[in-house]
Design a protein. Structure first.
Length: 73
């Protein structure tokens, strides 16, 4: 996912881009680092990072399906 795509998801989902969860999820989904690395960088907990990554991945998938970019799995 690109940075612009991630930023759009955060806006659409009314997330706080400055929160540790969002900063960690961005590093994982945009920059490709591991969740463990993102946790160390941001100080977020394992479950917080995992939940944020899952939430934004699912939102991205739903948007792509809705616009016909990706087929339903």
């Amino acid at each position: 996912m690109t940075g612009a795509e991630y930023d759009a998801l955060v806006k659409l989902m009314r997330g706080n881009p400055e929160s540790a969860a969002n900063r960690a999820a961005r590093r994982v989904l945009v920059d490709g680092i591991t969740q463990a690395e993102a946790r160390r960088e941001t100080g977020a907990t394992r479950s917080t990072v995992s939940d944020a990554v899952t939430r934004y991945q699912e939102a991205d998938r739903l948007i792509r399906v809705a616009y016909g970019v990706e087929k339903t799995v």
